[in-house]
Write a protein that binds this ligand. Structure first.
Ligand code: ATP
Ligand code: MG
Length: 433
């Protein structure tokens, strides 16, 4: 078979494989025998289209569809990926698809990708970007992510200037809540920067991009790979030595906070060696308009010695963040797996779960589908539908509401600092030796 035709047939074969494991698998005989009066469920209709409808198969072959997702325009790109908008063909929800060309990934990047997937799969917090599903073809890997339609923090500050004290508080409190949850689950982000902080359309913050994240056995475990973006890198990362994970994220949060309230970065230089020197010297100038409580917090975070840096719990209790009503319920991890819908006894499911269960039934997702797709975990299209619906139901119930502020907060005059406007910070990885 000519190479092109062979590739095409492999791709089509891949799409056939994407059908869900159960009686809804497409089989021509079954369909021909079917009584015309039998109404197909939306799921049956879709899986049938993916096998038999010429247009759908063509779209799958040329990449306009991936699994159950209809792919639309590009919304972002990074060092390792292209990010596109897509809609779920069954639920109609918008998602973001991070697309990676497997041929361009070296062994180390593949290892990082595996970590990105397993770390994202195991976290569930309203301020962390959620991973719904992972799909793979011979040449590409697709991460199906929650869509954050409000742009990223870097673009927002670069085009609109620094945030007000009040805005900074609201944004920082959400980042803090997300990082605290990650650290409690022994996951270190290692690439916190304004480009990786996204807004949803209703202003909720989502910490994204777990490409450099790592899971540690305990929070004092020594790490030895330089990760992240140099302007956000802690001094210990510039020394040829090992480092402890949590204080590195804390430092990056200090740089982020400085960037939010001033519109520029505390350590700046036009080359990495000069930047290294600037970070190691640790000298930065905090403009006088930054409120005193915020100044104290930044100084508490940007301490050269990691053990002296503010801990996350200290930040939570600091004067500057006191007026923020931060806490929202963090859903329990077991909810990420639809199997508990089947296992729960009468009255044991909460309102959200009951609602999701009802929608799944209407779409034609049966207990059999849920059971049969268990082994595929994040690579299961059924788990993908479930996670998307759960996310929608929780969002509609206010899970993504922006934290409120109690008490009067002084709001300094907006002053747009334009420095470093168009400079995006690319993240790097190298082993410390
Ligand atoms: P880098 O290494 O440069 O940070 P990356 O390849 O790891 O990039 P991401 O940071 O995950 O990729 O995504 C690149 C850009 O795509 C983001 O800065 C953001 O603008 C956009 N983007 C990523 N995920 C989403 C999402 N879920 N919703 C909306 N936009 C997104
Ligand atoms: Mg990124």
């Amino acid at each position: 078979m000519p190479e092109k035709a062979r590739q095409r047939s492999t791709q089509v074969y891949q799409h056939y494989l994407y059908t869900v494991t159960d009686s809804s698998e497409c089989s021509s005989e079954k369909e021909e025998d079917e009584e015309p009066s039998k109404r197909l469920t939306p799921l049956e209709k879709l899986t049938l289209e993916m096998c038999k409808d010429e247009n759908t198969v063509k779209e799958l072959t040329v990449g306009k569809r991936v699994g159950f997702y209809k792919v639309r325009g590009q919304i972002g790109c990074g060092n390792f990926s292209k990010v596109k908008l897509a809609t779920h063909a069954l639920t109609k929800d918008k998602v973001a698809v991070k697309i990676m060309d497997k041929m361009r990934l070296d062994v180390q990047t593949q290892r990082m990708l595996t970590r990105e997937i397993s770390n994202m799969e195991s976290l569930y917090h309203p301020n962390l970007l959620q991973l719904f599903e992972v799909l793979e073809t011979p040449s590409r890997l697709y991460l199906i992510l929650e869509f954050a339609g409000g742009g990223d923090l870097h673009t927002r500050i670069s085009s609109g200037g620094k945030l007000t004290d009040l805005e900074s508080k609201i944004v920082f409190a959400q980042i803090l809540s997300a990082v605290k949850y990650m650290h409690e689950n022994n996951i270190i982000h290692r690439d916190l920067k304004a480009e990786n902080v996204l807004y949803t359309t209703n202003g909720c913050i989502k910490v994204a991009d777990f490409g450099f994240s790592t899971k540690v056995n305990n929070r004092n475990q020594a790490l030895d790979t330089f990760c992240g973006s140099p302007p956000y890198a802690a001094p210990e990362l510039f020394k040829d030595d090992s480092y402890i994970g949590p204080p590195v994220d804390v430092w990056a949060m200090g740089v982020l906070l400085f960037f939010m309230v001033t519109g520029s970065l505390p350590f700046r230089a036009d080359t990495v060696p000069k930047l290294r020197q600037s970070v190691l010297e640790g000298a930065y100038v905090l403009p006088i308009w930054v409120s005193a409580p915020c100044q104290r917090l930044i100084r508490g975070i940007l301490k050269p010695e990691p053990s002296e840096r503010c801990a996350l719990d200290q930040m939570l209790g600091c004067e500057w963040l006191l007026p923020v009503e931060l806490f929202r319920p963090i859903p329990p991890l077991y909810q990420l797996n639809p199997i508990h819908l089947l296992e729960a006894g009468p009255g044991e499911l909460d309102r959200d779960q009951e609602e999701v269960k009802g929608i799944l039934e209407k779409l034609g997702v049966t207990p059999e589908h849920i059971l049969n797709n268990q082994g595929k975990r994040i690579r299961s299209p059924i788990n993908g539908v479930y996670r998307i619906l759960l996310h929608r139901v929780k969002r509609n119930r206010g899970a993504e509401s922006v934290p409120s502020i109690s008490g009067v907060v002084k709001d300094p005059k907006r002053d747009s600092l334009r420095a470093y406007r168009n400079l995006r910070h690319s993240s790097k990885l190298c082993a410390l030796s």
